[in-house]
Design a protein around this ligand. Structure first.
Ligand SMILES: NC(=O)c1ccc[n+]([C@@H]2O[C@H](COP(=O)([O-])OP(=O)(O)OC[C@H]3O[C@@H](n4cnc5c(N)ncnc54)[C@H](OP(=O)(O)O)[C@@H]3O)[C@@H](O)[C@H]2O)c1
Length: 324
């Protein structure tokens, strides 16, 4: 089968179409005939040689895909050949066929095309577990989502809005802010406005209860300023820096929690628990169109390199997909 392999891993990595054996599903796994695969920052980090796949995962890229079940391994009970699914996977999604654990599979929601379903798994697993499991977001609480037009951001804003949370979100341009407003968030153009000031002003000086951050760097201190008493700040990445000089006094004075998690290395059982929560709480909202996948662009598999360049440019809004 055709799959994307990494040539020259490192800063100047190249993505090429390779012919590799079609994988076989083991116990508890399914083989998916892939229709589309979603891009993630982790794929770029893997190409650059900074983020090896977890043990047991294929070397080829791709952490999520949509398609039809082509074969089921022993012990698979909830899915059968021909089912239309989308899935989170340890790797190997940029390919004609990919393996996923049954625990990481979800049906394609009624309102979503088979191709756009590839935009759903990674963002919804990540958003749910960080907002609900880590930050323990409660009904009626306010939220600040950084990187509002990222794949993660567009999913997080829609989930928070659908569940009735006052939702602020930052982005770098008027065009990106317009998208945030369109999906129900209150946009803050961070190139022109200070998110701490806006959040304080709009919450009567209280601050926000939960912050979902992928930026890090100097946002670590500023998030503490924007947080309410008993606020929870959860980092899923540190795109502008892993290191910062921080005054921790607000942590004590405001009784804050500073959290950070990654998804990829978790066990299939842990991912399965998140999948169950998504099926119960999020998939009905997608089925009815209250939450939609926001797709920036699709590229044919052979143009994976161009797709990565698009993601690296930060010009995109929502998810970038590869189609088979
Ligand atoms: N921990 C986890 O389990 C987990 C899971 C999934 C994703 N992630 C991470 O979450 C982040 C978002 O993922 P995604 O797929 O949604 O990304 P994405 O769609 O590529 O969006 C990233 C956005 O972040 C914003 N940004 C802010 N500061 C930035 C900086 N210094 N450098 C680059 N971009 C910056 C950019 O928007 P502006 O132009 O508005 O600044 C950019 O569009 C990535 O870092 C990813 O690795 C973590």
């Amino acid at each position: 089968m055709k799959a994307i392999a990494i040539e020259n891993p490192g800063k100047e990595y190249r993505l090429v179409v390779a012919d590799i054996p079609t994988p076989q599903p083991k116990t508890g796994e399914v083989l998916i005939k892939v229709s589309a695969a979603g891009l993630n920052h982790a794929d770029m980090a893997q190409g650059a040689g900074r983020y090896p796949p977890p043990p047991g995962a294929p070397d080829t890229l791709g952490m999520e895909a949509s398609g039809e079940v082509a074969e089921v391994g022993t012990g698979v009970t909830n899915y059968k050949v021909g089912d239309k699914v989308c899935a989170l996977m340890g790797g190997g999604g940029y390919a004609e066929y990919a393996i996923a654990s049954e625990k990481c599979l979800l049906p394609v929601p009624k309102s979503v095309s088979l191709i756009h379903a590839a935009a759903l798994p990674e963002v919804h697993f990540t958003v749910w577990t960080n907002l609900m499991d880590a930050a323990r977001l409660q009904p009626g609480e306010s939220v600040l989502i950084h990187g509002g037009t990222s794949g993660i951001g567009t999913a997080a804003i829609q989930l928070c809005v659908a569940r009735g949370h006052k939702t602020f979100s930052t982005a770098a341009s008027a065009e990106k802010c317009a998208v945030i407003e369109k999906i129900g968030g209150q946009a803050i153009n961070y190139k022109e406005q200070d998110f701490v000031e806006i959040v304080k002003k709009e919450t009567g000086d209280k601050g926000v209860d939960v912050i979902l951050d992928m930026v890090g760097g100097d946002y670590i201190q500023r998030n503490m300023s924007a947080a309410a008493i008993w606020g929870r700040i959860v980092n899923i990445a540190y795109m502008s820096g892993m290191q910062a000089s921080v005054n921790f006094a607000p942590m004590l004075m405001k009784r804050l929690s500073l959290l950070a998690t990654t998804l990829r290395a978790r066990s299939n059982d842990e991912k399965g628990a998140i999948r169950d929560a998504l099926l119960k709480n999020v998939w009905p909202l997608i089925d009815t169109g209250k939450i939609k996948p926001i797709v920036d662009q699709t590229f044919p598999l052979a143009d994976a390199q161009k797709a990565h360049a698009r993601m690296a440019s930060s010009g995109h809004i929502g998810k970038i997909l590869l189609t088979m």
